[in-house]
Design a protein around this ligand. Structure first.
Ligand code: UDP
Length: 322
């Protein structure tokens, strides 16, 4: 069994790669390094540099490495930016998924685990999102992920593709000192960048209808998330039933204000965040039940919020020193 991880040189993909390798599963990585880093790849893992839109390259990677399943993490993941760049977002996330599935069909690879997102829900009208909650994506990014899920499901009907889509909530933390979130748009990296540069971190809006006025999110540790990808791959390899979608959420809401406190405690840096205007498109609160994933995918919160903040800060500040 060899699994291809698209986007395997990115922050989340690299954790998935290492989790698969740790379980003795052979892995090959395809990544165009547009937001990934080859330094995140463990030694000994074959690496194909290129974009998923290159169908010939994808097909030869599948063939050359006798791939039996794909974890499809590659994609354009910036919801806010996707509003300005819809065509790019759809090309990478929708056409990219189509090209990948075409190559898989051509080579005869029939298992896929797809990185989907909480963004498919938009602003949910419920305290606790379940897989059945209405999907109302608010950005081309969220739309593209929902379309990706539909394409997998349709291909499942048409060709027997075994598939599951994992809807990520707010993925943070680091499982390894040398792999960290380098996104220029997410809370943790922006907050850490500000602290490392001696600037005040920003809170985007403190007038939301939440207990402290700041947005509430469901933060999950990237290593717990990676473990569930391994479980999903193993279920597909074993021919065991899987749901078409799983929420990888913890059921716990944490506000941006509470994150600021956790970061002050973890770093020992006494800072005062600056309150900035709301960021367009941000839901006030989104928190999900991970019950289904707990049942099927070994989805367990093995890390506290303090673990998430400590490990993320350690990896990010070490990288600055290196
Ligand atoms: N956020 C913030 N300051 C920042 C970056 C993000 O207050 O510098 C807030 C953002 O408005 C959201 C939360 O932090 O409420 C998480 O944002 P992120 O971009 O990490 O993830 P999202 O929930 O948008 O997927």
């Amino acid at each position: 069994m060899t699994w291809l991880v698209t986007g395997g040189a990115g922050y989340i993909g690299a954790h998935v790669v290492r989790a698969l390798v740790d379980r003795g599963i052979d892995v090959v990585v395809l990544d165009d390094l547009s937001s990934g880093h080859d330094s995140f790849l463990p030694a000994g893992v074959p690496f194909v540099q290129g974009n998923i839109l290159d169908g010939d390259l994808v097909a030869s990677a599948l063939r050359d490495h006798a791939v039996t399943g794909v974890v499809h993490v590659a994609g354009f993941k910036y919801a806010g930016v996707s509003v300005q760049r819809p065509l790019h977002t759809y090309a990478q996330n929708v056409t990219g998924t189509l090209v990948l599935l075409q190559a898989m069909a051509e080579v005869g690879v029939s298992r896929i685990v797809f990185s989907s997102s909480a963004a498919v829900y938009g602003t949910p009208d419920t305290e606790l999102v379940t897989e059945a909650t209405a999907k109302n994506p608010q950005s081309p990014y969220g739309e593209s992920k929902l379309i990706g899920e539909w394409i997998l499901a349709d291909q499942g009907v048409a060709s027997g593709l075994a598939h599951t889509s994992l809807r990520y909530f707010n993925v943070v933390g680091s499982g390894y000192e040398d792999v960290y979130d380098t996104s220029p748009h997410n809370l943790f990296p922006l907050l850490f960048d500000a602290l490392l540069d001696g600037r005040s971190p920003k809170i985007f809006g403190d007038d939301y209808p939440t207990p402290d006025g700041t947005c509430v999110r469901d933060y999950v540790h990237v290593s717990d998330l990676a473990t569930s990808h391994v479980a999903a791959a193993q279920r597909l390899d074993a021919g065991e039933p899987v749901e078409p979608v799983y929420n990888l959420g913890s059921g716990e809401g944490v506000s941006v204000g509470e994150i600021m406190t956790a970061v002050r405690d973890s770093t020992g840096i006494d800072f005062t965040p600056e309150v900035a205007p709301r960021r367009p498109g941000d839901p006030a609160r989104i928190v999900a039940s991970g019950e289904l994933a707990a049942r099927d995918l070994d989805w367990v919160m093995r890390h506290s919020l303090a673990d998430m903040v400590d490990s993320a800060w350690r990896a990010r500040s070490d990288a600055t020193r290196r």
